[in-house]
Ligand binder design. Structure first.
Ligand SMILES: Nc1ncnc2c1ncn2[C@@H]1O[C@H](COP(=O)(O)OP(=O)(O)OP(=O)(O)O)[C@@H](O)[C@H]1O
Length: 253
């Protein structure tokens, strides 16, 4: 369980995040949704203390996160950053082994788990010796997901993990990700600006604007019971655009 209680972050006078509160239950996926610059990444990074909150309280697994050293906290929180965050001078195997090494796993154990994760994420076994630059964007993203999940963290933070991919690759990486058996017990916070992704993947969605949560609830709440015109427009726009295009093409055929 993750509890964020009135968390705020101010950068030299810029109010990036103001009084954001939410709860993510065990095994649930919570989506932080909103336009560019609304404070999603800042909110996410406060959860693993890559950014320290200016005020408010965050609990993960019943513990106040400020009571733990950031580097220890991060061992139990998988994280996939916006640009995948792979180390360019590490091979795929070395990238995936970062957290297992910190946890002092034996090398045979690391190799066994790496092979299993490559298979689950549909990557060829011989990729272990390749460097990130030798992989496509979609393959790099799969490696970043394997790296975040190999030590079986109870919590996973994902910052636009599929954002840089073309629509076809995005759909396939997202589908393979969603079907991973290990995710059933993982508590996930996912950042996206894509309404369809939020509606598909979120048990719970926080729609943000200018650093604040405008509405939070289930996909059905936001889609069918928007609290104001902003929510209605943000959620409804993409759905309406697709319907309009569909109707136009149908009329032309
Ligand atoms: N280190 C920083 N110093 C100053 N301002 C910052 C810093 N990091 C973020 N901000 C500001 O805080 C606000 C929120 O940024 P944030 O990256 O959280 O938004 P976002 O919703 O994740 O956007 P995107 O989808 O473009 O990544 C922005 O106005 C941004 O310019």
């Amino acid at each position: 369980m993750i509890i964020a209680d009135q968390i705020s972050k101010h950068f030299d006078g810029v109010e990036a995040v103001t009084d954001v509160s939410f709860r993510v239950g065990e095994g649930e996926t919570m989506v932080l949704l909103g336009t560019s610059g609304c404070g999603k990444t800042t909110t996410l990074k406060m959860l693993n203390r890559l950014i320290e909150a200016t005020s408010g309280r965050i609990e993960i697994g019943g513990k106040n996160i400020t009571e733990e050293k950031p580097e220890i906290l991060r061992r139990s929180i998988g994280y996939v950053s916006q640009n995948n965050g792979l180390f360019p001078h590490y091979t795929v195997a070395e990238n995936i082994a970062v957290v297992p090494r910190l946890l002092n796993w034996q090398s045979g154990h690391i190799q066994e788990h790496t092979a299993r994760w490559l298979e689950q994420l549909k990557l060829p076994a011989h990729f272990t010796g390749k460097y990130p630059a030798e992989l496509s964007g979609g393959q790099q993203q799969r490696v970043a997901i394997a790296r975040a999940l190999i030590a079986n963290p109870p919590v996973l933070l994902l910052d636009e993990p599929f954002g840089a991919l073309d629509p076809v690759t995005r759909t396939s990486v997202r589908k393979d990700f969603a079907e991973l058996p290990a995710l059933q017990q993982t508590t996930i916070v996912l950042v996206t600006h894509d309404v369809q992704e939020a509606l598909q993947m979120g048990d719970h969605i926080c729609l943000m604007d200018k650093g604040r949560v405008v509405q939070q609830g289930t996909p059905g709440d936001l889609l069918l019971r928007p609290v104001n015109e902003f929510v209605h427009a943000f959620i409804g726009q993409q759905v309406a655009d697709i319907s309009r295009i569909y109707e136009r093409i149908k009329a032309q055929e």
